[in-house]
Design a protein around this ligand. Structure first.
Ligand SMILES: *[C@@H]1O[C@H](CO)[C@@H](O)[C@H](O)[C@H]1NC(C)=O
Ligand SMILES: *[C@@H]1O[C@H](CO)[C@@H](O)[C@H](O)[C@H]1NC(C)=O
Length: 188
């Protein structure tokens, strides 16, 4: 009976220990994400605090983000997934609306497709550069992703009545890249 009681209380306390431990890990990761996003959004008007938090927390890899360097590679991975998805989205849109789209809209989308096609490989290069700590190269490559998103969005603005179907996507790629650039700026 007594033995049983000891056993029960032992496993209970190890359970408490384990759950406290796992809370501690996610707590420190959370701390890192919040601190980083707070600093960045204060220093850069292009970085929205809530966007930063939500994006970084949503990544499954964020569980093991123990430091800023790790957070940087998580962000670059997010950009890669983002621009790849947008690239596919534009392709699908061009097929689905081939007959219904106006010629100007179509021309803009074709430009965007090229820009995002390039961005996909540029982000891969940026990841390689980042992994080997060639921060200047990663900086240049991620800046060109920002240019791609901006150029794509600007194309639609040049003519009245034309609405960009990519505003949110361009904005996401833009913001994520600005966050990655800020991380690189701190690391180098
Ligand atoms: C791009 O990233 C943003 C921010 O993390 C996310 O909300 C959005 O769903 C992503 N878009 C795509 C198409 O993956
Ligand atoms: C769009 O339609 C034209 C004419 O029907 C065709 O030549 C072209 O290949 C189509 N483009 C796409 C992306 O489906």
């Amino acid at each position: 009976m007594k033995k049983n009681g000891v056993l029960v209380s032992l496993s209970f306390s190890s359970l408490v220990f384990l759950s406290t431990f796992s809370i501690a890990i996610s707590y420190s990761t959370n701390q890192l994400i919040h601190e980083t996003c707070r600093k960045f959004s204060r220093n850069d008007p292009n970085i929205n605090y809530n966007f930063c938090i939500t994006s970084l927390q949503a990544s499954p890899e964020s569980r093991c983000a123990s430091n800023l360097r790790r957070l940087g590679s998580i962000t670059i991975n997010l950009i890669k997934r983002n621009v790849t998805a947008t690239n596919h989205f534009i392709k699908d849109l061009l097929i689905a609306q081939n007959k219904t789209m106006g010629p100007y809209q179509k021309a803009c989308l074709i430009d965007c497709l090229e820009l995002y096609g390039d961005a996909v490989s540029t982000v891969s290069d940026a990841m390689k550069a980042y992994r080997s700590r060639h921060y200047d190269d990663a900086n240049v490559q991620l800046s060109s992703v920002i240019d791609a998103a901006t150029t794509c969005e600007d194309g639609f603005k040049e003519r009245k009545g034309v609405v960009s179907p990519l505003t949110k996507r361009n904005n996401d790629a833009f913001q994520l890249s600005v966050i990655a650039l800020s991380i690189i700026y701190v690391l180098r």
